[in-house]
Design a protein around this ligand. Structure first.
Ligand code: CTP
Length: 404
């Protein structure tokens, strides 16, 4: 990790009304020591826990708390545009819920809504509040909006109880930001091509053979690659594409043959190609031109093979291009995955086992084993698909970074 990662970075530190606000002083000092330029914004209730004077002294900038201050208006849009990142630490349940709802009744929330930069939060709450379903719901919502959540610690809480919910220590928050900014450069200048989602193979104008792939794994990989500085193109089958603030280039396709042609057109310029789509292996040979009518007892549909996109690109790739595939297996998983990697000339294969609950198609989580060619398998815990995407990129960079 680069320890200069925060040097010159412009950080808005938002402080909300929690006992943990006292740690914001140490946090400000650490960030400034790492070379960051820190401007502090406090919610009005945060000022009950720590004095703006302490923070303005440590940050060497005036601290702002109100949209209107002494007859003048604080320009929250300008502040949001100025920053390289916004860090809200500590984040209370109250501000969390306002962020999830898009509420805007103080300066901190107005800046949050105007900020185009990455936003980090370090929650701080009592254990029962932390585990409340509404906290969970709100965290999922802001996480889906792109906010990065710094894990809470375990230990003594303000209530006197011991448990989960403590704000991460200033050193850990600083390390989290350093890691983010260092990673943000790790795919800079690289072109990434990803296939994602199912393919639909028409039987007639209204019916098709398809599968339950949601495209979420491929889209999470795309988002993570963009955050690391890559230019990303996704060839996406027929799934709903969630709205994001700044997404990758997306090429929509329906069938495996369309996906093949779109990949072929972009393959040459790509440095890293990930085949995350669940491509139908077969398609109806002759889709009916009109809707098929019910008649007789049986209907025979003749299927013919689709192109194996990963395998064909595996034949065409040059020595610098990396190809990565997925394997969904139900038995003898590791062996089948290794065989698939060899057959398709992949550099790495990511294995999902249907035996793992929470892994696979329609869920938001996944449990994977990464097998880099010529290396031993790396097994991971069940995680959200966006956390899995980070693991996959870390592993790609660890094993093949020198080839990129
Ligand atoms: N794949 C592809 N084109 C196909 C089929 C698969 O690009 N026509 C890619 C998938 O995106 C995945 C990998 O190949 O990265 C393995 O997919 P999978 O369906 O598990 O493999 P198959 O070769 O179809 O093997 P199986 O007989 O197990 O279905």
């Amino acid at each position: 990790m680069s320890y200069a990662a925060l040097s010159g970075k412009k950080i808005i530190l938002g402080i909300t009304g929690s006992i943990a606000a006292y740690k914001a002083a140490a946090l400000t000092r650490l960030l400034v020591r790492e070379g960051a330029v820190v401007k502090v914004i406090m919610t009005p209730s945060a000022t009950n826990f720590i004095s703006p004077l302490t923070l303005s002294t440590l940050s060497r900038h005036e601290v702002q708390t109100q949209v209107m201050e002494e007859g003048s208006w604080n320009n929250h849009v300008a502040l949001g545009l100025w920053a390289d990142c916004m860090l809200i630490a500590p984040l209370t349940a109250n501000t969390l819920s306002s962020m999830a709802a898009g509420a805007c009744d103080n300066l901190l929330l107005a800046v949050y809504l105007s900020a185009r930069c990455p936003v980090f939060v370090a929650p701080a709450m009592d254990e029962d509040m932390w585990h409340h379903p509404s906290t969970n719901r709100n965290l999922s919502r802001i996480s889906a909006d792109g906010v990065k959540i710094i894990p809470v610690g375990h230990g003594e809480l303000a209530s006197g109880l011991t448990g989960e919910g403590r704000m991460a220590e200033p050193e850990d928050i600083t390390a989290f930001l350093q890691q983010f900014f260092a990673e943000g450069q790790s795919l800079k200048g690289k072109k990434v091509l990803i296939t994602a989602g199912p393919t639909y193979e028409p039987l007639d104008p209204v019916r098709f053979i398809g599968n339950r792939s949601s495209g979420k794994m491929g889209l999470s990989l795309a988002e993570a690659a963009m955050a690391r500085g890559a230019a990303v193109t996704v060839v996406l089958g027929p799934v709903h594409l969630p709205e994001t603030k700044s997404g990758p280039e997306v090429i929509r396709v329906g069938t495996a043959v369309e996906m093949f042609h779109a990949v072929e057109a972009h393959f040459g310029e790509a440095d890293i190609i990930i085949f995350a789509a669940a491509v139908a292996d077969y398609r109806p040979e002759m889709p009916a031109e009109q809707k098929i009518k019910r008649k007789g007892d049986e209907l025979m549909v003749r299927l013919v093979p689709n192109p194996d996109i990963a395998a064909q690109m595996g034949q065409r790739k040059n020595y610098r291009q990396l190809t990565i595939g997925f394997a969904l297996e139900t038995e003898n998983e590791l062996q089948h995955a290794r065989d698939k990697m060899a057959k398709k000339n992949l550099d790495m294969i990511v294995l999902n086992s249907l035996r793992d609950p929470g892994a696979g198609f329609e869920s938001d989580t996944n449990k994977i084993t990464i097998i880099p060619a010529g290396n031993k398998a790396e097994e991971y815990q069940l995680k959200s698909k966006s956390a899995v995407a980070e693991d996959i990129w870390n592993s790609i960079l660890q094993h093949f970074g020198d080839r990129l």
